[in-house]
Design a protein around this ligand. Sequence first.
Ligand code: HEC
Length: 154
Amino acid sequence: MKISKRKLELVVVGLIGVSLAGVAIAQDAAANITARKTDMRTIQANMLVVNDKTGKRDLAGAKEAAGKLNAAFKDLATRFTPGTNSKAGAGATRAKDDIFANPAAFKAKVDHAIDLTDKVVTAVNGTSPEAAQLAIGEVNALCADCHGTFRSGG
Ligand code: HEC
């Protein structure tokens, strides 16, 4: 079979395109793993600030942290993409395979966290320290619940 030079060039260009796309996906996967761990640390740090400030009835002092807590959960929701499980090799992760095998159950927990942190933002913009304390208390209960199901090593 005679293959024209032009066709061969197109095949080569096509193959390079496919492998570049593969590299791009692997880089995205590594970036998503890094980003979700950063989100989690942001969540932890800002949860502590909101707990502290609302405990002192300082709603104004809790506002910025409440916004960051909420934004980090929204970002987290986008970071458990295909190719980011522990076996894909894109980066060290404690995300359990169940997240990828049963994405609806995981998404429900993340969506619940987004809803509850929306409520924290509303509460710290209100006037009742008690309401804000209750709202952040509900968020505190989410950490162990989700980690127990979806994070390896506790
Ligand atoms: C919807 C599920 C879910 C919720 C809710 C959740 N986490 Fe996580 N968390 C995870 C998963 C999954 C990982 C593992 C991420 C990875 O290694 O890729 C993790 C990892 C972490 C880490 C380790 C980050 C790192 O540097 O490797 C910290 C810290 C953390 N979470 C804190 C919290 C705190 C504090 C809360 C509660 C305010 C919370 N998480 C709520 C699922 C959740």
